[in-house]
Design a protein around this ligand. Structure first.
Ligand SMILES: [Fe+2]
Length: 291
């Protein structure tokens, strides 16, 4: 146990209910977390960046609730942002009903709304719902996302407020499900697919808001487990956005693709973020949980 560090374990894309293997993978993940941290007085905060379930129906939400319950019972703090799969069938048919089920069973609080500001020690996480503006009949199809004007405006107010605290050493992390920029190593076909129904529509507006104003950005959606400052160093993405830590979270319940894309290792994906509370206050991320 190390009290000189604030720890956040980033988890994503469990897709509980997609297959027996995925659900079993989520159970395995919970066991690993309990074994690693369950006995510690100060536990890492568990941050889930969306796609907890595969279809957002009540059966899967109840299954997810039951799988995650041992973590709550052991005293962990769990924070979530929803993904497109939490909003409806196969991540392609967003509905307010599924979101209400997410609030009831996953968040376990129907009053929680996004953007949501969470404090961890003296640091802050801003949680965003990248499906919030995707809930209308004309754009609920496919797997793209949109934060929307109203959420971005409130988010910006939080961000401005937090800059003063950053100057005193507090770190600001932002979490959302959709990747807010395109992966720089992907093909033209991939980029076309993204534009046609997989991307964050207001990603550029969002990145313009956060440039130089946050210390870490974490997201899921693409199931690639990437530390942009290390794995795709040549593209200089952290420098472009002036964000030291940029993490694509991968899938924490295991990979079921027999031919994964580059950057996707088989097995359980998670990032352990650590913030030094002494010295220079460095923020780092290391892979966690791979066997
Ligand atoms: Fe996913």
């Amino acid at each position: 146990m190390n009290h000189s560090k604030t720890r956040i374990l980033c988890l994503s894309d469990l897709h509980i209910g997609r297959s027996p293997e995925r659900s079993q993978g989520a159970i395995h993940l919970v066991q690993k977390i309990l074994e690693a941290f369950g006995g510690q007085v100060v536990k890492p905060l568990l941050l889930f960046t969306g796609d907890i379930t595969d279809d957002g129906n009540e059966g899967q939400c109840l299954q997810a609730q039951a799988i995650l319950q041992p973590l709550r019972a052991a005293g962990f703090s769990l924070e979530f942002v929803p993904g497109n799969h939490d909003y409806g069938w196969n991540g392609n048919l967003a509905s307010s009903t599924s979101y209400q089920l997410f609030q009831k069973h996953i968040l376990q609080n129907p009053d929680l709304a996004y953007p949501r500001l969470v404090q961890v020690g003296r640091h802050f996480i801003l949680l965003l719902d990248s499906m919030q503006a995707e809930n209308h009949w004309y754009d609920a199809l496919l797997a793209d996302g949109e934060l929307g004007d109203s959420q971005r405006k409130i988010f910006e107010k939080h961000l401005i407020f937090l800059q003063g605290l950053r100057s005193t050493g507090a770190k600001v992390l932002v979490a959302l499900h959709h990747h807010p920029f395109l992966y720089p190593d992907e093909s033209l076909v991939y980029h076309l697919k993204n534009v046609l129904g997989h991307e964050l529509k207001d990603g550029e507006e969002f990145m313009n808001l956060v440039i130089g104003k946050i210390d870490a950005l974490v997201f899921g959606h693409e199931h690639r487990h990437i530390h942009f400052g290390e794995h795709l160093r040549q593209f200089r993405i952290p420098e472009k956005y002036q964000i030291p830590l940029l993490l694509s979270c991968g899938s924490s319940s295991g990979i079921d693709d027999p031919n994964p894309m580059p950057g996707i290792a088989q097995g359980l994906h998670a990032w352990l973020i650590e913030i030094e509370e002494k010295g220079n206050g460095q923020i780092t991320a290391t892979p966690w949980g791979q066997e």
